[in-house]
Write a protein that binds this ligand. Structure first.
Ligand code: CP
Ligand code: NVA
Length: 313
């Protein structure tokens, strides 16, 4: 069952088996990379990478990853292209499709990515929108599996803003049968439409997605503790009001003490130490944050190879 030619707009669109395949291929490509074995599954291919927001990890891991697969990545920013001067997404999609074999996009509205995919003839990969961050969440479950062996029936707790990261983690956990409890303050809850879809996915894999308000209750017996910034890109002017609303939603040693003793701590980065996570926990022995960042490379290589390679993986 091939995935070639598909888009990756949301993890929700993928079957349980397809998510498992992404995990398997990520493991294989990571092993090959570490062993110095050739894995040029995208020799001669080109990837356009559109960024309407800032990025360190996504940009570098996609660019390096695509090169390691033998392809040529092209970085496109708003300021350097006609998109910044208002050329419609549907025109950009059709033009780029005549040149490249795949498009990765980081932007604001999820609808922009959906529109791009509708008009593009090549696979489109969502590199973060205001609604979702699928590549990061797939990386996170891959990292959790590396540390925990199996994640089916285990528990991931997310505290803080009910944002794009939480939405994609809900889908990723639901597809893998991992329970997810989140604690978010009133007014910063996840999108109820996403929660409903994720709970439907979770019913299929017999796990639970629950939305709470008390972080200590949510973190009880957690195998993975996760947080993200309180003000995402595009929300900078809400920084101080959000900081006040979310001050009790921090990953700190007290929260860690109610999780399982062998719990791991994750953050998609960039982190604001002293806000959503303390420096002590971030630098502490339970933090796997930089392994998580490394895995962006391996998991996105698997995604790109599965969607774009002519070879069987
Ligand atoms: N985690 C993540 O997507 O990081 P960047 O914003 O640096 O790409
Ligand atoms: N929620 C954050 C994630 C950054 C990788 C944002 O959207 O800015």
């Amino acid at each position: 069952m091939g995935m070639k030619g598909r888009d990756l707009l949301s993890i929700h669109d993928y079957s349980v088996g397809e998510v498992a395949t992404i995990m398997d291929v990520s493991r294989k490509l990571k092993k090959m990379q570490k062993a110095g074995e050739e894995h040029r599954y995208l020799e001669g291919k080109n990837l356009a990478m559109i960024f309407h927001k800032a990025s360190t990890r996504t940009r570098v891991s996609f660019e390096v990853g695509f090169s390691q697969l033998g392809g040529h990545p092209i970085y496109l920013s708003d300021s350097g292209t006609q998109m910044g001067r208002g050329e419609p997404v549907r025109d950009t999609a059709r033009v780029l499709s005549r040149y490249v074999d795949g498009i990765m996009i980081r932007t604001f509205a999820q609808e922009t990515v959906v529109e791009l995919a509708k008009y593009a003839d090549v696979p489109v990969i969502n590199g973060l929108t205001d609604l979702l961050h699928p590549c990061q969440a797939l990386t996170d479950i891959f990292t959790a599996i590396e540390y925990k062996g199996t994640i089916r029936g285990r528990k991931l707790t997310y505290v803080g803003d009910g944002n794009n990261m939480l939405h994609s983690l809900m889908f990723a956990c639901a597809k893998m049968g991992m329970n997810l409890s989140c604690a978010c303050p009133e007014g910063y809850m996840p999108d109820p439409r996403i929660v409903k879809l994720a709970q439907a996915d979770a019913a299929e894999t017999h796990c639970k997605i629950e939305v709470l308000t008390n972080p200590l209750e949510a973190a009880k017996q957690a195998d993975v503790l996760y947080t993200d910034v309180w003000a995402s890109m595009g929300m900078e002017e809400q920084q101080s009001i959000r900081q006040e609303a979310m001050q009790d939603y921090q990953i700190n040693s007290r929260l860690l003490s109610v999780a399982r003793p062998d719990a791991i701590v994750m953050h998609c980065l960039p982190a604001h130490r002293g806000e959503e996570i303390t420096d002590e926990v971030m630098e502490g022995p339970q933090s796997v944050i930089f392994d998580q960042a490394e895995n962006r490379l391996h998991v996105q290589k698997a995604i790109m190879a599965l969607l774009m390679s002519d070879e069987n993986l």
